[in-house]
Design a protein around this ligand. Sequence first.
Ligand code: PMP
Length: 351
Amino acid sequence: MERYSKNLRPCLSQLKPYVAGKGYTEITRKYGIPQERIVKLGSNENPYGPSPKVIEALRSISSERYPETEVLMEGLARYTGYPEESIVVGTGMDGVMDTLTRIFLDRGDRVFIPTPTFSYYEILTVMSGGQPIFKERLDGYDVPTDVPRDVKMAFICSPNNPTGNQTSENDIIRVVESTDGIVFLDEAYVEFADKSLLGLVKEYDNLVVGRTTSKAFGLAGLRLGYAVAPEWIAEQYRRAAPPFFGLSCASVAAGVAAMKDLDFMHQSVSKILSERERLTRKLNARPSQGNFLYLETKAASGSVADSMMGKGVIIRDCRPFRGAGDHHIRVTVGTPEQNDSFLEAYEEICA
Ligand code: PMP
């Protein structure tokens, strides 16, 4: 083995595998709970799924052909209000960030990551040979705007996963103006928030805003993300991106149909927002601008998450989020029935 393992890149030893929310299969196998009795609130998915028009479109894809992206790009341009030249697509927003880090990061490059936040930024940085510069978020989980010197990139998540707060326009402007690095503003959850800062891309040559169809559009399983970028960045992105941008006929057809049925998305978002309000009030939780709540637990988060799972309710233990400590969990806002099951189990366990 050693004869061959010496070929591995040394940076790998700095990483632990990304810890995703638990799935149905694992819980069914571990606790013998059938899938229909499991309440899955650990991955910030949308319980209402995609528009029926998406399901219809998926029926007529040509699986033997490679995908064509023109109509999808037109749809995203309409939705974002930006020209196609400014839009890039990828295999989820994860795929978009992967290509972006490949065009900007080299060995030793410094990358600013305010924590706690989505852990894939760290994985991408380290795998590019870069050096993450972590700074803890301030009170209220605001982003520290004194960007470390000489960073090549900064990853700001807003609304932030897992804490749920948004970064103010002033703070983003401060970050963008105080660095020569590229600022990636992750707006994966923005459809659930009061405000988007997408309009700032027009004003700054170093700001990219990432988006996804995984959350509000209910397309997590099809892996379609995009970003709005200054044209000079989008141009370089197209040089480095994988063939067909890592898309499939299914993700393209679904994206096209989803962009044609914004009403469905708005309705599902509004159901989730009214449940978010109910849960926030009931749990006296800190306000969230995403489709999830960040809750402090008295007992260790690992044991809370395990006990919840034993009752068939999957939530996220936030320990794998660097800087989140070991007393926080994250719960996705589900349907009213799912939220009731969560509340019942949570009250029993945390009483
Ligand atoms: N950014 C954040 C903050 C996320 O929470 C997620 C999904 N967990 C992503 C990006 C990745 O989204 P996608 O499914 O589009 O790859």
